[in-house]
Design a protein around this ligand. Structure first.
Ligand code: F3S
Length: 812
């Protein structure tokens, strides 16, 4: 009979579907490809099933997918929306996938949920959770900080709590812990596919799940039942040999050190010889700049099982720092043990039945293979804020001197989503215990952020917390805290040069404490903990001694810790709110006076006409990234309030007319004003407008605000030499018209004070041409050909006014 295994204890009505992976793979492996396409057909993806090929009159041959597949291929193809017809070309085509679940953190969830609400759909299409972790500021200690955060963020939390209840989403309240730790403890499962609105979502790869960090727009698609698009990833195989072991690396620094790493690779890579974090440092050293971009990093080899499940999660978490789509480990007994310990033996058994799909096929090929001997890794420390430096521990003291970094350590911080497992905490506690036995207390500040309430309660019960506190550690709330700059730091005034060391994953300038003079270093939790007793950066716990209270010198032993709690986890306080059975009566709370949150009105459908006489809001010159279109920083406070955040729309773009940012001319009044102001003036007069853009317009992040804002301010079209693909799609989703000059040189033919007509919108079809009729100020007119990349489904989005409107129509 059919096995039904619930996806989690909180999702009793949603089941893991290993059979779908099996079935999809069978389809994919038996596909055919059409030969000899006519010229006309070659534009389109070829039909993939034998019958479709024959119907199209094409000759057929078996597709090449009947070959050994890697693990990531199996999981991805196992989640295809259209296994029969999908165009599958790693590094080239786009896959339409059906993820098993969605996770959002509290900052990015706001706009995603507001958008979802505006569609009027009754419930999310897949199991979804929201996690309150990013908005809690560290000040005094866990309990008080949490109470303060609940007060400061009340409007956001009230909104998220009621909105999740209304639409069937699981809600993890403030204090529950960090999204990725809670996912690993409760939701991740081998062979699953998840998207999350946070860049360290790949953490769940430690449990064999393909988990990808995405922008809010992707999350909205999936919860509204649209398939999720992912560029078919390349595969990088990392073969692990040898064994990871205690921190004393065999024979010191015999290992060749990776060359100075490119910035993008190094930012936030922590390292310590015997900590899993060092593995990713090594991977980063071998791959070149952005070496992981567009690829899934798949680990395999006999070294894998020397890593704990949470250690594998750490490695996957930090893979985000080298640009990888995600990282992934094959199912193994360490995962099985973790599933048992977290109350999911049913999932372990089920996974074992389908193990053949949860590992790479023999002889499968990767695009690139790297080999790493775990026995040879050396501890590294990364930073400071010019993150071009990964220094081996053995050379670090010298580097501190040479570079004149402040040697005195002011604060050591452990925890974060990267390094806050029971094992990490136990190892740190073992170091604290040894120091305490010699009568020592910390010589610098020392903070601990448990990854979840479950970790906090378990280390409290099992005594690790007491050990950490008794030496002077301060346990902060179960949240991101100082990792995301939520740190009301009082020990040094802003602007004072000082050093901190963390076990987090990123160390941008000012990220932790908004003090650009703070030198932030990153290392393993073991090293951070040892160093707070040394009180200086130049203390090397592997080789240097400390003086105990009795005057006797001692050296730290190897840190040791239990991988899993011998008495099982203690769930602690209940911090989860399941959506209620009766959701009809739930009212979503949005304070109409709030400046942080605002309900969204659905955008108006297209009026059915070709747009005419549109002014050019701005002709942007040169680079125009999503940061130019929707700036971050202080604006992020308004990410849930479209009207307020729209005040940053295109303020970074350079106006070709005057070479200035945020200064454009209203073509009707002649007045010069800011870009968002003029856009709103046009909108309020009922006048649509266009943006003219240069090359690769909208590159950068997938920030959905960059598409929502111009639409909100009444924009009709964005016409460029070329688009960054994600932004182009985001514009389509919001009902805008992203169009391209057929001849990129025509960009120069349009002037900022021209008016334009768009001819051919009425007949918009896949591959159709649109004409830009330009009315120059001198009365002359010229026609310029435009192209577009709309497919039939996306044209429906435009007609309906947005993709969400379309989904709402379809649901009726
Ligand atoms: Fe939070 Fe820092 Fe992780 S911000 S999700 S703890 S990287």
């Amino acid at each position: 009979g059919a096995t039904k295994v619930a996806m989690s204890k909180f999702d009793q009505d949603s089941y893991i579907n290993y059979q779908r992976i099996e079935d999809n793979l069978a389809v994919v492996r038996q596909r055919y490809v059409a030969l000899a396409l006519s010229k006309d057909e070659s534009r389109l993806p070829p039909p993939r099933s034998a019958s479709a090929c024959i119907a199209a009159g094409s000759l057929i041959q078996p597709d090449d997918l009947n070959r050994p597949l890697t693990l990531s291929e199996k999981i991805l193809y196992g989640h295809l929306d259209n296994p029969h017809d999908a165009d599958i070309r790693p590094g080239a085509s786009y896959l339409k996938l059906r993820p098993d679940r969605v996770a959002c953190q509290d900052a990015t969830a706001q706009m995603a949920l507001l958008q979802f609400m505006s569609a009027g759909l009754p419930t999310v299409a897949v199991p979804t959770t929201v996690h309150c972790d990013h908005l809690i500021e560290a000040q005094i200690g866990g309990v008080k900080d949490l109470a303060r955060a609940k007060d400061i963020n009340k409007e956001v939390y009230d909104f998220l709590a009621t909105c999740t209840a209304k639409y069937g989403i699981g809600f993890w309240k403030p204090g529950s812990g960090i999204i990725h730790q809670i996912i690993l403890e409760n939701y991740a499962f081998p062979g699953g596919l998840m998207i999350g609105t946070d860049s360290h979502t790949p953490n769940a790869g430690g449990l064999g799940m393909i988990a990808v960090g995405v922008g809010g727009a992707d999350a909205v698609d999936v919860i509204a039942d649209l398939p999720w698009e992912l560029k078919c990833p390349k595969r990088i195989g990392v073969k692990l040999t040898g064994k990871i072991s205690g921190w004393t690396t065999p024979k010191g620094a015999s290992l060749s050190i990776p060359p100075p790493l490119p910035r993008v690779l190094l930012d936030g890579i922590s390292a310590d010889g015997n900590h899993p974090a060092d593995v990713i440092l090594k991977v980063a050293g071998i791959l070149t700049v952005k070496g992981g971009t567009g690829a899934i990093i798949e680990y395999f080899g006999e070294g894998v099982t020397s890593l704990s499940c949470t250690g594998m999660a750490t490695i996957c978490n930090m893979g985000a720092e080298i640009g990888a789509t995600t990282s992934l480990f094959p199912y193994n007994e360490r995962m099985g043990g973790y599933l048992d310990a977290t109350g999911r033996s049913e999932i372990r058994k089920y996974a074992e039945r389908f193990q053949h799909n949860l590992r790479t096929d023999e002889n499968a090929e990767y695009d690139q293979v790297i080999e790493i001997n775990l026995s040879e890794l050396e501890p590294h420390i990364n930073g400071p804020y010019t993150p071009d430096l990964a220094t081996p521990l053995s050379k670090f003291a010298q580097a501190v001197k040479d570079n004149n970094w402040p040697d005195k350590l002011s604060v050591g911080l452990i925890g974060s989503c990267t390094n806050s497992s029971y094992e990490d905490m136990s190892r740190s506690a073992s170091i604290a215990e040894e120091a305490a036995a010699h009568g020592l207390k910390v010589q610098s500040g020392f903070t601990i952020t448990p990854g979840s309430e479950q970790i906090r309660a378990t280390i409290e019960r099992d005594g690790q917390m007491e050990k950490l506190e008794s030496v002077g550690g301060v346990v902060l709330a179960n949240a991101c805290g100082p990792c995301i700059g939520q740190w009301d730091r009082q020990d040094v005034p802003k602007g004072t040069k000082n050093s901190i060391i963390t076990s987090y994953n990123r160390n941008f300038t000012g990220r932790n404490d908004a003090n650009t003079a703070t030198h932030a270093f990153v290392a393993s939790p073991d090293l951070v903990t040892a160093m707070v007793f040394g009180g200086s950066l130049s203390f090397n716990p592997m080789t240097d001694s400390l003086k105990g209270a009795d005057g006797k010198e001692f050296k730290f032993s190897d840190p040791s810790g239990k991988e899993l709690p011998p008495r099982g986890y203690d769930a602690g306080e209940n911090t989860y709110a399941a959506p209620p059975a009766d959701r009809a009566s739930v009212n979503v709370i949005v304070d109409p006076k709030s400046d942080r949150l605002q309900l969204l009105e659905p955008f108006k459908p297209w009026d059915g006409k070709d747009p005419k006489d549109l002014p050019i809001l701005i002709k942007a010159k040169g680079k125009c990234t999503t940061d130019h279109i929707s700036a971050g920083g202080p604006w992020l406070k308004y990410r849930g309030h479209l009207e307020n955040i729209s005040q940053n729309c295109l303020i970074g773009a350079i106006n070709e007319a005057n070479g200035e940012a945020n200064k454009v001319q209203n073509q009707f009044t002649g007045e010069w004003d800011g870009v968002p102001q003029v856009a709103a003036q046009y909108r309020d007069q009922g006048i649509g407008w266009v943006v003219i853009g240069d090359e690769n317009y909208g590159e950068g992040s997938s920030r959905e605000h960059a598409a929502l804002e111009p639409r909100y301010l009444g924009g009709t079209a964005v016409i460029t030499r070329s688009f960054a693909r994600i932004h182009e799609t985001n514009l389509k989703k919001q009902g805008m018209l992203p169009l391209n000059f057929k001849n990129p040189a025509d960009y120069d033919r349009v002037k900022s004070d021209d008016k334009v007509d768009l001819i051919g919108i009425k007949d918009l079809a896949e591959g159709s041409e649109v004409t830009l009729r330009v009315h120059h100020k001198d009365g002359k007119t010229e026609d310029l050909p435009l192209t577009h990349t709309f497919n039939a489904g996306q044209i429906e989005w435009h007609r309906a006014g947005s993709a969400l409107n379309r989904m709402a129509q379809a649901a009726k």
